[in-house]
Design a protein around this ligand. Structure first.
Ligand code: PEP
Ligand code: MG
Length: 590
């Protein structure tokens, strides 16, 4: 991949993981964990009751936090240690404390955080003046409760994103999927985060928003100040804080060249995705939000290979009901028609925590209650979603995809749930496509090994390499410290992929890939040579992948793939592929 420029004059130069290409030059919008400054203002009479309810809402939000924290601590450290939170819960229910705060709001017309903060200051002072050690030691509990409630009154970090004025680059320790869904896409020029890896969700979001991003920078959020000028080089994976004029000029030129290359690639938009020796390949795009369909089409994708419905759940405080879901699905299916849309049932859990229902805190969320594991327990949610997807299938070409399947039991249970939803719609005389195709994501190693048996149950398989790599190599996909181990070109991963494709074909089903690996130019020839039928990539990667596929012979790709399968290490495979790609594609960055 492209190298960062050397010998630059700037305040800080940081190297991280390149996750979304391009150059952004902008000011920093710093999003830190805790926002706790308390504003003191006199409120208008008509604001009084809404401030009181903001305070009451914050108390109940803080109680929910504590409940979750307590169960996590009880699980990790023990029930005894978890008892410390009982004191916090009692404080949150203390009548005097609550009344005094409400009085300050009503009588002194103070805003909720100011009123609560003053009440807590008073309590804190009384305790710290006490001659008894026991009471003095409770001061830290008060501080903790104060911080927790104020955070709830002020709203979470997401609300602070709404203060984003003009355009900026977001710098943060990390961003959760539920925060990224609330971003104003027109104002965000790029991302730079301390944590994260190539397939973490901020990376996927940045690519779908078409803005440069670098993650895994470890300490950037502690080094920079809000408003500072910054360059994000999402191609080389570096961030330059406080660049001098010469550096700025160099990067403006690089930025112009990047746009130039994009323009050239746009020429591939309407061309078919076919190799020099006429093998046709399905090239589709991944989608997170319905308003990105235009980008999918303008980049020349023929269909949606993965619609992540998860964001529909994350974007809302309440569960999306059948009609809401149907509206979204219809919008996408209608715009894409006659091209197919593969709708994946929700993949919540892991790092995707919805606000509308509780996923209890877990020791290992990525190995926990996630995706179909939730759907199969919460049959009510599953049924609503399946009904909405089926109803959307009446308006175009829809296929259904189940995530995180680990064995045949789950496939059977998912099919039963689907049959039930179909039977309901039939009895209600609601139209849907009776032959809607069904697929399973192969993203858990056990499913990869059982690909032949799973293939007999469905119409297609879709390789989810983002998870398959993390589970096969035991490398957390979001952990920057071990990102050097997260390699989709690992020989073990390639063997799993080859096995899945061959097993699928033997059973007569097509095999696609919707993990980020499908959009990695270094992997394309190998996947083509292994006989992958469909590549589903982020919209901006479509032209580049099409250009590569159109420039080679399928038979040559088979030779390359077969050679690659003999290598022992990921590093050897990467070196070999960089050499080949540099020879073949002189105008691209490898
Ligand atoms: C995958 O795991 O490869 C995938 C496409 O799903 P997600 O990134 O949403 O987990
Ligand atoms: Mg996945």
């Amino acid at each position: 991949m492209a190298k960062a420029k050397k010998n630059l004059n700037c305040k800080h130069f940081l190297q991280g993981i390149a996750v979304s290409p391009g150059i952004a030059i902008s000011k920093i919008f710093l999003l830190l964990e805790d926002v706790e400054e308390v504003d003191s203002s006199v409120i208008d009479d008509e604001m009084i009751e809404s401030e009181v309810s903001r305070f009451q809402g914050a108390l109940s939000g803080a109680k929910t936090d504590l409940r979750m924290l307590q169960s996590k601590v009880a699980h990790r450290i023990g029930k005894e240690s978890a008892r410390i939170f009982d004191v916090h819960k009692l404080l949150l229910e203390d009548h005097l404390l609550i009344e005094e705060t409400i009085n300050r709001i009503r009588k002194e017309k103070k805003n909720a955080d100011h009123a609560f903060s003053e009440t807590m200051d008073k309590y804190q002072h009384t305790l710290s003046e006490s001659p008894h050690e026991f009471f003095q030691s409770r001061v830290s509990d008060l501080r903790d409760v104060r911080r927790r409630v104020i955070r709830h009154i002020q709203g979470d970090r997401t609300d602070h994103l709404s203060k984003l004025e003009g355009t900026a680059v977001i710098v943060a320790p990390e961003l959760t999927p539920s925060e990224t869904v609330k971003l104003d896409k027109h104002k965000v020029m790029g991302f730079a985060t301390d944590l994260g890896g190539r397939t973490s969700h901020v990376a996927i979001m940045a690519r779908s928003m078409e803005v440069p991003a670098v993650v895994g920078l470890r300490k950037i959020s502690g080094l920079v100040k809000a408003g500072e000028r910054v360059i994000i080089d999402g191609t080389a994976g570096c961030v330059i804080v406080g660049p001098d004029e010469k550096t700025l000029t160099e990067y403006r030129e690089l930025q112009a060249r990047h746009y130039e290359l994009e323009k050239k690639l746009a020429g591939f938009k309407d061309l078919p995705c076919v190799t020099l020796d006429s093998k046709e390949i399905e090239l589709s795009a991944n989608l997170e939000f319905s308003d990105e369909v235009d980008s999918v089409k303008s980049h020349g994708a023929r269909g949606i290979g993965l619609y992540r419905t998860d964001y529909l759940y994350l974007a809302s405080e309440v569960l999306p009901d059948e009609e809401t879901q149907l509206r979204e699905y219809r919008k996408i299916v209608g715009k894409m028609s006659p091209d197919p849309v593969i709708i994946r049932t929700m993949d919540l859990g892991g790092d995707k925590q919805p606000k509308s229902f509780e996923i209890p805190a877990e020791e290992n969320p990525f190995l926990g209650w996630r995706a179909v594991r939730i759907s199969l327990v919460r049959q009510d949610l599953f049924n609503t979603q399946l009904r909405a997807i089926l109803r959307a299938s009446h308006f175009g070409s829809v296929k259904i995809l189940f995530p995180m399947i680990s064995g045949l039991d789950e496939v059977h249970e998912c099919k039963l749930a689907l049959e039930k939803a179909k039977a309901e719609l039939r009895s209600e005389n609601i139209s849907f496509d009776e032959n809607v195709e069904l697929g399973v994501m192969i993203e858990v190693p056990s499913a990869a090994l059982l690909a032949d048996k799973i293939a007999r149950e469905v119409d297609f398989l879709s390789l989810g390499t983002n998870d398959l790599v993390q589970y096969a190599l035991a490398v957390d996909r979001g952990n920057e410290r071990i990102a050097y181990l997260y390699k989709h070109l690992h020989p073990a991963v390639l063997r799993l992929i080859r096995h899945v494709i061959q097993a699928g074909h033997r059973e007569g089903v097509w095999v696609g890939m919707c993990g980020e690996m499908a959009g990695d130019p270094l992997s394309v020839l190998i996947l083509l040579g292994l006989d992958l039928d469909e590549f589903s990539v982020c919209p901006t990667a479509v032209p580049e992948i099409k250009k590569i596929i159109r420039s080679v012979n399928y038979r040559e790709a088979v030779r390359i793939a077969s050679k690659v399968m003999d290598f022992d290490k990921a590093s050897e495979i990467e070196r070999f592929m960089v050499k080949i790609m540099r020879q073949k594609f002189k105008d691209m960055n490898f």
